[in-house]
Design a protein around this ligand. Structure first.
Ligand SMILES: C[S@@+](CC[C@H](N)C(=O)[O-])C[C@H]1O[C@@H](n2cnc3c(N)ncnc32)[C@H](O)[C@@H]1O
Length: 451
């Protein structure tokens, strides 16, 4: 008997709440039901539990819920003693798992919930295929050996339809993202979170996954010193200050070699980490407000971590003085008065000099401040000049100054207002690259000269 048929034939009766247990498989797919009572709670408060729960017997005076975990959670929150329920017979194991999936077919699900359903369904489909093979063998018909692509295609179509994800192509993209996230891939997990939150489509997250090797095989760096690149969500997790990854990729190309150690002490969303991974560089990343587990929690004002010593490149993208400071959590260097910011740059230059290996490079990304918080009478603050002075004072030798105009720094309404007011919007940003002199200082040491 199917689960649906079983409920048609069993009477509805009041069940004591204390006798009800959740089904572990259901909780593993859909999470804690108490976290999903929005919308339902008010209805249960006003009208009670209208649709009976479906339960199976689980010992003498206990029942396991097959359908109705959220109704049960609402009843618990509201302090009810009983809920209406139907006691059915569904064998434990695969039948019961199927019943849980069937009862939740119409439910509104997040992407993660759908993909957990897909994992469970794939297991069930595999089990069915194994049983068919054994049956064929038992009838001496020989094992069923369909071509594995065709078998995979059939499974994908069946699972996609069952979880409500459309066709097998959408499901294959979804599975690629999901599988990568399951292996601990932070960017894929960030894609899953974005799909769950409705801010990204499955297709966009899949395209991000496929673009990750754009700086490995076939990367063609620009030979010019203007690095005007666009943001790319395939690198770094969402962060208000993230930079186009091609800036980091070019810095790595010109100023490091494969296997070199790169340190980013103000790592934000981890763009540097991800570009290093795709280009075969090692990377240590810290931030005052780490947003992912591979970024260490550290205030760079207290200096670099000991494992940074002897690194080949320090890449820093600081929140220059108060620009954008409002978009970050508090206490960052972007919150400080101008004099403290300048003192910070000097300290950072001295600490970087002590940390880098002789012949190593520092690359600091600094913009002109033109829009707000300018000292009285000043038209702009030249942060690159402040950085240049700090680095020279610390003992660095200038290597290159690269123009990296800001991409997407202004919203359309800002641009419109600037046009109306006849005002220029600042886009000037520079990557200052300086070298720590080596004992036998010779510019032919440069990786760019050898690559
Ligand atoms: C412009 S964002 C870096 C963005 C990064 N390049 C990316 O692509 O995502 C600057 C970062 O510096 C961090 N920060 C500010 N003050 C800091 C401090 N004293 N020590 C470490 N990190 C700090 C902020 O939390 C912020 O994440």
């Amino acid at each position: 008997m199917t689960a649906a048929l079983a409920t048609l034939t069993s009477p509805v009766r009041p069940l004591p709440i204390r006798a009800l247990r959740p089904n572990r498989f259901s909780v593993s797919l859909y999470g804690d039901p108490a976290a999903e009572t929005d919308g339902l709670l008010e209805s249960v408060r006003n009208r009670g539990v209208l649709v009976p729960l479906v339960v199976v017997r689980d010992g003498d005076d206990a029942y396991e819920i097959v359908s109705g975990h959220r109704r049960m959670a609402c009843a618990l929150i509201l302090g009810m003693d009983e809920v209406p329920g139907q006691v059915v017979k569904i064998a434990p194991g695969e039948d019961r798992r199927r019943a849980v999936l069937d009862y939740n077919r119409q439910r509104r699900k997040t992407f993660s919930q759908m993909m957990r359903e897909a994992d469970a369904l794939e297991e069930i489909v595999k089990g069915e295929a194994r049983r068919r093979q054994w049956a064929n063998l038992a009838q001496n018909a020989g094992p069923e050996r369909p071509n594995s692509d065709a078998r995979r295609g059939r499974t994908d179509t069946a699972v996609a339809e069952a979880i409500g994800l459309g066709g097998k192509d959408a499901y294959r993209q979804a599975r690629a993202i999901w599988k990568a996230a399951r292996t601990g891939d932070i960017r894929a997990q960030s894609g899953v979170d974005a799909i769950d939150a409705g801010t990204k489509t499955i297709h966009a997250a899949y395209k991000d996954l496929r673009r990750r090797d754009r700086f490995s095989a076939g990367f063609r760096p620009t030979p010019y010193d203007v690095w005007a690149f666009r943001h790319d969500r395939a690198f770094g997790v969402p962060h208000p200050g993230s930079i186009p990854p091609a800036i980091v990729a070019h810095a790595l190309h010109y100023f490091t070699r494969a296997g070199d150690l790169v340190v980013d002490p103000m790592a934000g969303g981890g763009t540097t980490l991800d570009v290093c991974a795709s280009m075969g560089r090692r990377c240590l990343a810290y931030d005052l407000h780490p947003v992912r587990p591979d970024i260490v929690d550290r205030d760079v004002k207290i200096g670099f971590t000991p494992d940074s010593n002897g690194c080949d490149l320090i890449f820093v993208d600081p929140p220059y003085h108060t620009m954008l400071a409002r978009r970050y959590p508090g206490a960052g260097i972007g919150e400080q008065p101008l004099a403290d910011w300048i003192a910070f740059l000097n300290r950072l230059a001295v600490d970087s000099f002590a940390t880098l290996k002789p012949g190593g490079y520092i690359a600091v990304l600094l913009a002109n401040q033109t829009e707000r918080d300018l000292p009285a009478g000043n038209g702009y603050i030249d942060h690159a000049f402040l950085g240049y002075s700090a680095l020279i004072a610390a003992g660095f030798v200038p290597e290159r100054r690269i123009s990296c105009p800001m991409d997407g720094a202004y919203l359309p309404q800002h641009v419109k207002r600037a046009r109306t007011e006849g005002r220029m919007l600042g886009q000037v940003r520079d990557l200052l690259v300086m070298r720590k002199p080596s004992h036998h200082d010779d510019s032919s040491d440069s990786p760019a000269a050898s690559s």
